[in-house]
Design a protein around this ligand. Structure first.
Ligand code: UN1
Length: 505
């Protein structure tokens, strides 16, 4: 057993997940740090998933009648447990997803933040009171719990995405059945152990929060089951295009958070110090494996050379290596196909006339790579045009640079891709900033000024348009997706007037 495997087991035990491993299990938990096996687990059978959904549905029927502020106690408890165990859960995220320590901890902080948000929300799930056109009548709306929420999550935010969904769903009065990525099974079991403990502490039904492990087949049971009124799926656009029609076929609801191809416009007035820092964090942080990662820079031609030179210099100082080393900024890619996609895209971009400015290769041991892990040198490619490869999302630290002369042209290039998640403009010119944020500006769900595309706070609604899927998670009024609205008309008069002046007697 490797040190990482031993450490992962210790953490699971500490978080109350016991020893979930089975020698002959068909699912293999692996660490991107060195490609080593952490342990084997048994997948759920479709019948077991079906039974899990049944249990969750029964728990929902109980939970929906618990007052929302009391439901908040459960999420408050979950937040407390996360706060208590932030350090080790963050470490497990680093071991299993390959994030640097600071980002592993940041991800757990994001969970704590959404729990706090959801606890406050548990007293604010309000509907409107609406003026009725009829005398002696009142109209109002109520938000009621929806049912079992199926959560499908990706490897890159193995714990936070679940928490965005679970924290809101639980205060909304729903139950959650979670199918995590096959690449991040252990972090899911750790979260599940904490959720189960939170349920125990407040006396909530244990089946409110559950995890099912397995491949696509397991996900499909969730997707097809009419007892799951909402499927919240985070991952590739390809996955979303498979999930959405199946859920639609049974007239269920989907909340999709899919691929991004996020860009930053850098205008002539930009504070370049700020722009360089914002760009480097967004493009290279999490080794380019965030759905919000910056993939395209659209820079004004007058400052192109200076920006590229400064970015190239900053890239030259990046420390690549084990995400568990405190000095590392760039950890590994998740697996071999990710490296192949990175190298393939770098090659294609050059074949399209791009000039490789820096990086674009596997990292060798000299640069800190750990044997067995997929470490690459973050790349910048100067592109003559927005070719097909630029329009694709490559989940790796690969940044394309394009130039523009007029802002209209920059916005057109910006919006020309199929995805619509996050965007940014670096400018000190208020006209440019407001144009970018306007209806005729960025077509993304997230549009920022003078900060990068990644690293959103939980207080805002998170998600995007077009092939990003249209869903919104996390803050603002995203909670509404987890509830059903009823419109109520109450007659407190002795008459029965009909709306629209209809006479019927
Ligand atoms: C994701 O990559 O799926 O805005 C989510 C961010 C994070 C969430 C990313 N708060 O980068």
């Amino acid at each position: 057993m490797t040190d990482l495997s031993t450490r992962a087991r210790q953490i699971l035990a500490e978080l109350g997940a016991g020893d979930p491993f089975a020698e002959d299990g068909g699912l293999v938990a692996t660490s991107p740090v060195d490609g080593s096996e952490l342990g084997r687990l048994v997948a759920h059978t479709p019948a077991a998933v079906d039974a899990t959904i049944g249990g969750a549905h029964a728990a929902f029927e109980e939970w929906r009648s618990v007052p929302a502020p009391v439901r908040g106690h459960l999420v408050r408890e979950l937040g407390e447990l996360l706060r208590e165990h932030k350090e080790v859960l963050g470490e497990l995220v680093s071991i299993e997803a390959g994030k640097i320590r600071s980002e592993g901890l940041g991800e757990v902080q994001e969970m704590i933040d959404i729990c706090e948000f959801a606890v406050g929300l548990s007293r604010q799930l309000h509907g409107l009171t609406i003026a009725s056109e009829r005398p002696g009548h009142r109209m109002m709306e109520q938000w009621h719990p929806l049912g079992v929420v199926g959560v499908i999550s990706a490897f890159n935010f193995p714990v936070a995405v679940w928490s965005w969904n679970a924290a809101l769903a639980l205060v909304a009065g729903d139950a959650v059945v979670w199918k995590p990525s096959e690449k991040t099974l252990l972090t899911a079991l750790a979260c599940q152990a904490l959720a189960a403990e939170a349920c125990r502490r407040v006396g909530a039904p244990q089946a409110l929060s559950q995890v099912v492990l397995g491949d696509r087949e397991v996900g499909e049971v969730l997707v097809d089951d009419p007892r799951v009124p909402l499927v919240s799926a985070t991952g590739s656009t390809r996955m979303g295009k498979q999930v959405a029609p199946r859920v639609a076929a049974r007239l269920g609801r989907c909340l999709l958070e899919l691929g991004g191809n996020n860009a930053a416009v850098v205008a002539p007035s930009a504070d370049l110090d700020l722009a360089v820092r914002g760009i480097v964090f967004s493009a290279v942080g999490t080794a380019g494996q965030r759905c919000t990662s910056l993939r395209r820079v659209i820079v004004h031609e007058s400052i192109h050379d200076e920006l590229v030179a400064r970015l190239s210099k900053a890239y030259g100082t990046l420390s690549i290596g084990s995400p568990l080393e405190p000095s590392t900024l760039v950890g590994p890619l998740v697996d071999t196909p990710a490296t192949e996609a990175f190298l393939g895209a770098v090659e294609q971009a050059q074949a399209d006339g791009g000039r490789l400015v820096t990086g674009g290769t596997r990292a060798d041991q000299m640069s800190g790579a750990v044997t067995g892990g997929q470490y690459v040198v973050p790349a910048i490619v100067d592109m003559p045009a927005q070719t097909d490869v630029v329009k694709r999302e490559t989940f790796a630290p690969l940044l394309y640079v394009l130039t523009y002369a007029e802002l209209d042209e920059a916005i057109a290039l910006h919006n020309e891709v199929a995805q619509g998640l996050s965007s940014a403009i670096f400018t000190l010119d208020v006209r440019e900033a407001e144009t970018f944020l306007s209806a005729a500006g960025s077509d993304c769900g997230i549009a920022n000024v003078n900060i990068g595309t990644s690293g959103a706070e939980i207080g805002g609604a998170f998600g995007g348009e077009k092939e990003t899927g249209g869903g919104r998670e996390s803050g603002s009024d995203a909670w509404k997706a987890y509830m059903r609205r009823t419109t109520n008309t109450i007659n407190y008069s002795t008459e029965l007037p009909l709306a629209q002046g209809v006479e019927f007697q």
